[in-house]
Ligand binder design. Structure first.
Ligand SMILES: C[S@@+](CC[C@H](N)C(=O)[O-])C[C@H]1O[C@@H](n2cnc3c(N)ncnc32)[C@H](O)[C@@H]1O
Length: 243
């Protein structure tokens, strides 16, 4: 029986090609997550950015274009191949699992850590937050986007808000249906691992879709203007762990 982690890797290996082919204009990514998450990024020209769980390197492409030196990693080898093809001779991309310490990265070596739409694949965020804290320079920024805990509570028909639950659903927007496993958690279980591990939350955005979304998917445009699916957070690295 494959573990949840193995199922997640398998799902993204299956999804990688179509995810990459659609990522430039897929409404939830291009006209909902990315504009709102990028709006939280500080100026990146001349800065070093770690793109954690970089997928096929679309964020990296944008950040490199803005003058950042980008290092990206992902658990899916296919995603990393696609990130390298998308960003030839630019950036550094390698296969790595967020469950593991970021051993090849030095302390205080990044100005910004970005982690878009990936933390819900981890059952526990404490170690990853400790590692993001370690590799960030003092005063550096962590920018994340995640599925909104209130959206997930309804979508997965949970009856146990305060528990972190293993959940799964079927994605049909990337070709053949693919089962995607993840972990649903409460809002405080998103916030506490950040604030316990040396981050001060500066800004929280419950995003709205941009006008381009409406033409491509009017039904979800309407839904997302009434209730958020994602939440985007910017935090700053404190000098010391405050726990
Ligand atoms: C929804 S995609 C987002 C990709 C990219 N951040 C973006 O927004 O375009 C989620 C990504 O997280 C990666 N992922 C899932 N679990 C991971 C883990 N434990 N370590 C590293 N990457 C992981 C997947 O392989 C996938 O590429």
């Amino acid at each position: 029986m494959p573990s949840v982690r193995e199922k997640i890797i398998q799902a993204y290996e299956t999804l990688a090609e179509s995810y990459n082919a659609l990522i430039d204009h897929k409404p939830h990514n291009a006209y909902y997550d990315r504009p709102n998450t990028l709006a939280l990024m500080p100026e990146v020209a001349g800065k070093s950015v770690l793109d954690a769980a970089c997928g096929p390197g679309k964020y990296a492409e944008i950040l490199i274009e803005r003058g950042a030196a980008v290092t990206g990693f992902d658990i899916s080898p296919k995603m990393i191949e696609l990130a390298q093809v998308r960003n030839p001779d630019k950036g550094t991309f390698y296969v790595h699992d967020l469950h593991q310490p970021l051993d090849r990265l030095d302390d205080s070596s990044f100005d910004v850590v970005l982690c878009a739409l990936a933390l819900h694949y981890l059952p526990d965020w404490n170690q990853v937050m400790q590692e993001f804290h370690r590799v960030l320079k003092p005063g550096g920024h962590l920018v994340i986007s995640i599925e909104h805990p209130f959206f997930e509570y309804g979508f997965f028909k949970s009856k146990k808000y305060f528990e972190t639950e293993h959940v799964h659903c079927t994605w049909k927007g990337f070709g053949a249906p693919v089962e995607v496993n993840s972990y649903r958690r409460s809002l405080q279980e998103c916030i506490i691992p950040m604030t316990d591990n040396g981050f001060l939350i500066e800004k929280i955005v419950e995003p709205r879709p941009t006008p381009e979304f409406k033409a491509l998917d009017p039904r979800h445009y309407e839904e997302l203007n009434n209730f958020p699916s994602f939440i985007c957070i910017r935090a700053i690295r404190y000098n010391q762990i405050t726990k």
